[in-house]
Design a binder for this molecule. Structure first.
Ligand SMILES: *Cc1c(COP(=O)(O)O)cnc(C)c1O
Length: 363
């Protein structure tokens, strides 16, 4: 079965092999060396001066960012399930916030966000909102918000963006990554890149397990406050080294090029892409028979794609583009979609999906 969901993604063999090694204790010089090296490589990837890893899924890092960085009043951007989550976390902690809401296919409007951000001291947004496969103009928003409100801390959920594309973090104070998305690991590790301003804002930190100040202090010393997900950090080290050996720029270019080819292929067989500005992490297809096609793909062609969430259930299917995906796999996925369209009586199969994809990939 091909796991073609936009998180969790398939775990390559070189990653799985790291789990066969002996367990090492986390309070040892051997682990310290790996942790420090992985934190440094992660900083290089985010272009931010500080990094911390948390043993949690991505949402844990979102929660940690909210409680430690929100200040007195937050602005949250909600264009999907994950944007909605910022508000839920604020509510759970009694943190004052206002929410700017957009349709799931609509990117946040820069001017609107800037206007709303004048009287807050933090802004929370997704780079890639996975619910609709949408890309927000986060770099531009961050830049403009800092011009009118330099004290505003900008938190960007990059869980389906880090490792997918090179993010300009010059105006971002906190960027969040998650292990099971573009980093091709099992779930359970969340990573945060932090600016000097974010470190200043958190002071002594808040919360207990998710006290970021405490974690930053420990991880600067090459250790962690609690038992870390050692196996995932060791594997993350191998993943980042692999991406570096390919060349980060080359990996990003390949991801962007594959995305372009996927979109062209899907459109060639009459499908429509849901978001106005698609994120590179996936292809989100608006399709009224989403559950039918997903069932055919899974049972007949061994392809597992994600559906829509919430009110988009049954109207959306989402194909992953994160990580290292071989062309032969993507070709099988696209060909299966074309075959399934024939089976559903929507369009006669003629091999266009693979033809268009491979032509684009050769460009
Ligand atoms: C997957 C995801 C998360 C975090 O989800 P977890 O299930 O907690 O790992 C957060 N934001 C986005 C955009 C995501 O895609």
């Amino acid at each position: 079965m091909i796991l073609a969901t936009p998180g969790p993604v398939e775990i390559p063999l070189f990653v799985r092999e790291t789990f066969l090694k002996e367990t090492i204790h986390h309070r040892t010089p051997e682990f310290k060396e790996i942790l420090v090296d992985t934190l440094n490589r992660f900083k290089n990837l985010t272009h931010l001066p500080e990094a911390v890893f948390l043993t949690s899924s991505g949402t844990g890092a979102m929660e940690a960012a909210v409680i430690n960085l929100a200040g007195k009043k937050a602005l949250t951007i909600n264009a999907g399930k994950f944007g909605e989550r910022w508000g839920k976390i604020c509510k759970a902690y009694g943190i004052e916030f206002k929410e700017l809401k957009y349709d799931w296919d609509t990117p946040a409007d820069v001017a609107e966000v800037v206007a709303e951000a004048k009287d807050v001291d933090s802004l929370f947004i997704q780079i890639s909102e996975s619910a609709g496969g949408l890309r927000h103009p986060v770099e531009e928003i961050a830049k403009e918000v800092k011009l009118v409100n330099p004290e505003c801390i900008i938190v960007a959920d990059g869980i389906t963006a880090l490792g997918v594309e090179d993010i300009d973090t010059s105006n971002i104070d906190c960027i969040i990554g998650g292990s099971q998305k573009a980093f091709m690991l099992p779930p359970g590790l969340a990573m945060l890149g932090l600016s000097e301003a974010a470190i200043k804002r958190m002071g002594n930190g808040k919360g207990f397990y998710f006290n970021l100040a405490n974690e930053v202090k420990k991880q600067r010393e090459g250790t962690t406050a609690f038992t870390p997900a050692t196996s995932l950090i060791i594997a993350l080290n191998e993943v980042i080294k692999k991406l570096e050996s390919i060349g980060l720029t080359k990996h990003y270019e390949n991801t962007a090029n594959r995305h372009k080819a996927m979109i062209a292929s899907l459109e060639a067989i009459g499908l429509s892409i849901f978001p106005q500005i698609p994120a590179l992490s996936m292809a989100a297809v608006y399709f009224e028979k989403a559950e039918e096609i997903r069932k055919i793909l899974k049972t007949k062609y061994e392809v597992n794609v994600a559906g829509g969430q919430d009110f988009m259930k049954g109207k959306l299917f989402r194909i992953n583009n994160m990580g290292i995906i071989e062309d032969y796999k993507m070709e099988h996925i696209l060909n299966s979609i074309e075959l399934a369209l024939d089976e559903l009586g929507i369009r006669k199969y003629d091999g266009s999906a693979v033809k268009v994809y491979s032509n684009e990939r050769l460009k």
